[in-house]
Design a protein around this ligand. Structure first.
Ligand code: SAM
Ligand code: SF4
Length: 337
């Protein structure tokens, strides 16, 4: 019988997010502290060969979709070579990349040729000063250069991740809506989540999906739903974002309501950190050390059994809104967002 990844709650995992580095050239306030990050030593990172081997093992357990992330994944030298290796794995049907965009203008073409089919670029402000406040870097122009390059390459969809933080960039909802209406972008508003010790998170800083929708309605813009309960109206695959298009626009708006309305009950993903730890939830407090197995000479079948058992214990959901919630110690950058 074919082995698959199924947890105790009946959810089937087919989506793997792989962090390729914990390093980043930005210092987003909600993701990592300005100074004092302790980076992993080079030999602690999984090699491209190790990542490829793990991806193949996961693919034999039903994973078809890969997302490369970090830290900033494009800080890992020659990332396209890893993409090439992964894209040769027969059962992998989709390779996506989440990036801050800084190095994307120069690497996009190479990455597309290697097999990346979808890009998500993070951008939290369209105002250079606010962008700098949030990322602690003056690089908004680089994000737009990256978006232009992938747009010219004809890659679709182009997703933009936007985290709104009350009092910082929540006055920009209308600007982002206008961007999605006039460009072929899917702007995805992700609710600010508590991760790591220095993210500055408090519940009052979270701008909820409900608030954003009310704001858009008040603008007189009619949103047309493209998903219902995290399922696109045209296909049956599940996605974390509830998506909408405009009556009169090119792009889309999506909402990832991780705090106010989590999609845990339909979560189909697990993660591997850049140092080879399997995490079955963004908020996991336990990890399974796959690097130890890889480097200790374990065979593929042995590793498969350990992955199957770890996924079986996948958390029912995160507990952000409940008493007893414990933040993971790792920053978002060290987990792989
Ligand atoms: N460096 C790349 C980037 O920024 O796109 C990839 C890694 S980053 C950790 C992935 C995503 O996580 C980004 O879109 C970022 O906005 C999001 N993120 C980081 N910390 C977050 C937090 N505390 N709450 C919500 N989203 C967060
Ligand atoms: Fe870097 Fe991405 Fe974290 Fe910003 S969100 S600090 S770009 S890893």
């Amino acid at each position: 019988m074919e082995k698959i990844l199924k947890d105790n709650f009946g959810r089937i995992v087919n989506n793997l997010r792989i962090s390729v580095t914990d390093r980043c050239n930005f210092r987003c306030t909600y993701c990592m502290p300005e100074e004092g990050m302790l980076w992993l030593a080079k030999d602690e990172l999984l090699t491209f060969e190790e990542i490829t081997r793990l991806t193949k093992i996961f693919s034999e357990l039903g994973v078809t979709k890969i997302r490369l992330t970090g830290g900033e994944p494009l800080m890992r030298k020659d990332l396209h070579l890893l993409v090439q290796q992964i894209s040769c794995i027969e059962k992998i049907k989709d390779i996506a990349l989440t990036t801050n965009g800084f190095f994307l203008d120069e690497q996009a073409e190479q990455l597309v040729h290697a097999g990346v089919s979808r890009f998500t670029v993070s951008c939290d402000s369209l105002n250079p000063e606010t962008f700098e406040t949030l990322t602690r870097r003056n690089y908004l122009h680089k994000v737009f250069e990256a978006l232009n390059v992938i747009e010219q390459l004809g890659i679709r969809p182009i997703k933009i991740n936007t985290v709104l933080i009350r009092g910082i960039n929540d006055s920009e909802i209308e600007d982002f809506v206008e961007l999605a209406r006039t460009k072929p972008y899917i702007i995805r508003f992700i609710e600010f989540m508590p991760i790591g010790k220095d993210d500055g998170w408090t519940i009052d800083k979270v701008v909820s999906t409900k608030e954003i929708i009310e704001h858009i309605n008040a603008m007189g813009k009619k949103l047309i739903p493209l998903t219902s309960n995290h399922q696109p109206l045209t296909t049956n695959h599940v996605e974390p974002a509830e998506r909408y298009k405009f009556e009169d626009g090119i792009g889309e708006i999506g909402f990832i309501s991780s705090v106010s309305e989590p999609f845990c009950s339909s979560c189909n993903r697990v993660r591997i950190t850049s140092d080879g730890k399997l995490r079955t939830c963004l908020f996991s407090l336990i990890e399974t050390d796959l690097k130890f197995l890889l480097r200790g000479g374990a065979g593929d079948e042995e590793i498969k059994e350990i992955i199957i058992n770890a996924v079986l214990e996948k958390e029912e959901g995160h507990l952000i809104n409940q008493t007893g919630f414990v933040r993971p110690e790792r920053t978002m950058s060290a987990i792989g967002g």
